[in-house]
Design a binder for this molecule. Structure first.
Ligand SMILES: C[S@@+](CC[C@H](N)C(=O)[O-])C[C@H]1O[C@@H](n2cnc3c(N)ncnc32)[C@H](O)[C@@H]1O
Length: 182
């Protein structure tokens, strides 16, 4: 099948199997997802095509930079009305949502340790009970594209401190957890 979308980067396809495994229960459900770090919309368009199929399913997307190609790709989904874009840093935008609003949150924005930890802590409050958080790039450590800090220590700290409130679903290149208590 010819891909109708325009993408330059692919940081998503290697993990599609996890999105299928842990999110298939939301197909046809009026669920509410949040993506931190949307870029060209690779994950967003996949979620809209494959999981967010219910008429009232929605996704909020946060990015410091809303690319023209993202808007074009979202238009091509045919369900642009399901998407709310928020331009700004996650540290500000995450504070604008209601507690326990989301079924799934994908943390893939800033990769500096402080930002990943803050995204995780703020996202946990925004997640419904039994909701799921996925972190990308757990072992990523390319100093050329970082401030010298990386996701792993932040994710490890979150997993350790929230241990009694979460169930660990997966821990390899991505980390997936389910919220089991407030
Ligand atoms: C790895 S890309 C996201 C890839 C996307 N999830 C996908 O599946 O293709 C990271 C994105 O996070 C955004 N970003 C970086 N720091 C951010 C921050 N503090 N708040 C929100 N977005 C941020 C960048 O602009 C970039 O578009």
């Amino acid at each position: 099948m010819v891909n109708k979308y325009t993408f330059k980067d692919d940081w998503f396809s290697r993990s599609t199997f996890l999105f299928e495994k842990y999110l298939s229960a939301y197909v046809g459900q009026p669920c509410h997802f949040l993506e931190i770090g949307t870029h060209e919309g690779r994950a967003t368009t996949w979620l809209l095509d494959n999981i967010l199929t219910h008429t009232h399913a929605q996704i909020d997307c946060i990015d410091v930079c809303i690319l023209d190609v993202l808007s074009d790709n979202l238009d091509k989904t045919g369900v642009r009305n399901k998407v709310t874009l928020h331009q700004g840093s996650s540290t500000k935008v995450l504070r604008t949502f209601q507690f326990e609003e989301f079924d799934f949150i994908y943390i893939d924005g800033s990769h500096s340790a402080v930002d990943v930890l803050e995204d995780a802590v703020l996202s946990f409050r925004l997640l419904k009970n039994n909701g799921i958080i996925a972190f990308d790039d757990y072992p990523w450590n390319d100093a050329r594209y970082s401030d010298g800090t990386f996701p792993k220590p932040a994710i490890d700290a979150f997993l350790s401190i929230y241990d009694h409130k979460i169930k660990l679903l997966h821990k390899e290149y991505q980390v997936w957890i389910q919220k089991v208590s407030n």
